[in-house]
Ligand binder design. Sequence first.
Ligand code: LLP
Length: 408
Amino acid sequence: MFKSVPHSETLLSIAACCGTPTYVYFDDILSEKINTLKHHLTGLPLQLLYAMKANQSIPVMERMKSEGLGIDAVSPGELLLALKMGFPKEKILFSANNMTDEEMHLAKKHGVILNVGELSRLEKLGKAYPGSEVCVRLNPQIGAGHHKHVITAGAESKFGIPVEQIEAIKTIASTYSLKVRGLHQHIGSGILDADTLWKAISVMLSTSLLFDDLHFINLGGGLGIPYKADESGLPMHEFASKIVAPLQSFIKQHPAKHLQIWFEPGRFFTAECGVLLATVNTIKPTEHITFAGVDSGMNHLVRPAMYGAYHEVVNLSNPDGPLHRYDVVGNICESADFFAKGRMVQQLREGDLVAVLDTGAYGMSMANSYNMRSLPAEIFVDAPCGEWRVIRQRKTAESIAENALNGL
Ligand code: LLP
């Protein structure tokens, strides 16, 4: 059983016009995902942020802004893009890891609140900007995620200040009159289990009782989506029923007035709105494996190589063809360069167009130009009219070579 391909006719016509490799993002799916989360969290004093590391394409960001979302920015580039796009500074949280002094000064200059995950940075902030407002990233010692590389809390995690060090946080804050306005956690990515999320949230709630001038608690992102046809993703009803009522009653009892609850997903909003289109250019049968080589690869979508991640691969040119087993591989000079291994796909022929699904998060944003190949083109399909526009062109080999000669 395959996952259904969104708007396959549109994908075929985009490929016919623009060629491949190409990322396509559908605004209708993006909007639906934003509204799904808002709907499930109804009743909370909610502020949603978007973890823009998932997908920084401008129309995706514009959609987030028009839906009232803020931004989780983790680098000066992300921060400045969010500001230049007009996201209000009050809705931006600057969460750079191993933050430098320059980064700290930049965020302060723009009036953006810092999310600090190290005691040493908290101290430096206090010294440079006594009396400032700050958010503190905690490590609640409960981590989760689709792969060990994406677990961002727990004993082995570099992220956040361990909850056991609360007294040290309070001491630094009082030494420099810092106002701890927010507490933050992000325990990992691609989480499919509502219980684990709730356990970590509970740690945050009990910890937040130790701070009486909080304005918000940021519960991070991490909400998992279904990558396989038989997966269900994070069960949203269960997730909502586990957290909304307890959060509501917690807020009533909390010493701080007007406490807001923030979440900052990336994948949940954007993964399913994106498709990577590639063309099969080589079919190579060997004794045990038939390789289907495409004009894209791990430079465009690194998730299979990096995490063994599953993405559905569908033959759009031969959707009713008989199923055969393939290793769908890219054109990069690495043996980790694959999209699918031992995968049943509708018979692939040279020239066929394949869709790699659910690639709207951590696809293009993690892409690179290894082997001096161009990044893919990007197309945005506007809702509700369904018209599409090119938002990024591929580079020619000529311009890549020229840029290299000119140090660009
Ligand atoms: N907040 C913080 C502080 C984060 O570090 C992240 C993701 C998010 C929010 C959003 O997480 P999400 O809702 O998207 O799970 N490259 C990996 C995912 C790494 C996520 C890094 N941090 C992947 O492709 O699965």
